[in-house]
Design a protein. Structure first.
Length: 151
C-alpha cells in the first residue's frame, strides 16, 4: 500500500514537472549478463610475450542483481578458438576480463593459457554461450582504427 502511494506521488510530481513516466512492468529484467568490451590489439612491440597476450582480453559484465554461474560457458571468436569457463561464478554487478595469455585466475581475471593471439586486429566476433550452447551475447568489430571495441 505504501509502495503504491510512493509511486503515485512520484508520478504526480513528475507530471507536474512535465516529465513523462512509464511504469515498470512487474516482470521487467533488471540487467543482463553481456559482453562489455574487447581489447583486440594489445599495445606495445613485445609481440607474443605474456604481457602482450594478457593485454588482449574480453570483458563480461553481470548487470543483474544476482550472481551467475558461468561454469562450462564458452567464449569463442570467429575462427572458433574456444575458452570454456571452469568452476566460476560472476557476482552481481561485477565484470570479469578473460585474457588470452597465462596467469592466475581470480574473481575479476580469467586466463585462457594460450601462447598466441586469439582476437584479430582488423575484424572478429566474440560469442558468449551458456553450457547448453544457447547464445547469450555477441560483439563484433570491423576496423583497425581502434584497439578495442565497447560492446
Amino acid at each position: 500500500m505504501l509502495r503504491s502511494r510512493v509511486i503515485a506521488a512520484a508520478a504526480v510530481t513528475a507530471a507536474a514537472a512535465g516529465i513523462a513516466v512509464a511504469p515498470t512492468p512487474a516482470g521487467a529484467a533488471t540487467g543482463s549478463l553481456h559482453l562489455y568490451e574487447i581489447y583486440y590489439n594489445s599495445p606495445g612491440s613485445d609481440t607474443g610475450s605474456v604481457k602482450s597476450l594478457d593485454a588482449e582480453w574480453v570483458k563480461i559484465t553481470n548487470s543483474t542483481s544476482k550472481p551467475v554461474s558461468l561454469t562450462k560457458w564458452t567464449l569463442t571468436d570467429a575462427s572458433r578458438h574456444v575458452y570454456t569457463f571452469g568452476s566460476f561464478t560472476l557476482a552481481a554487478g561485477r565484470t570479469v576480463a578473460v585474457h588470452t595469455g597465462k596467469g592466475t585466475n581470480t574473481s575479476t581475471n580469467r586466463y585462457q593459457g594460450r601462447s598466441w593471439y586469439v582476437w584479430n586486429n582488423d575484424k572478429d566476433t566474440a560469442t558468449l554461450r551458456k553450457s547448453t550452447g544457447a547464445t547469450v551475447d555477441t560483439c563484433s568489430y570491423n576496423t583497425t582504427k581502434f584497439a578495442y571495441r565497447w560492446c
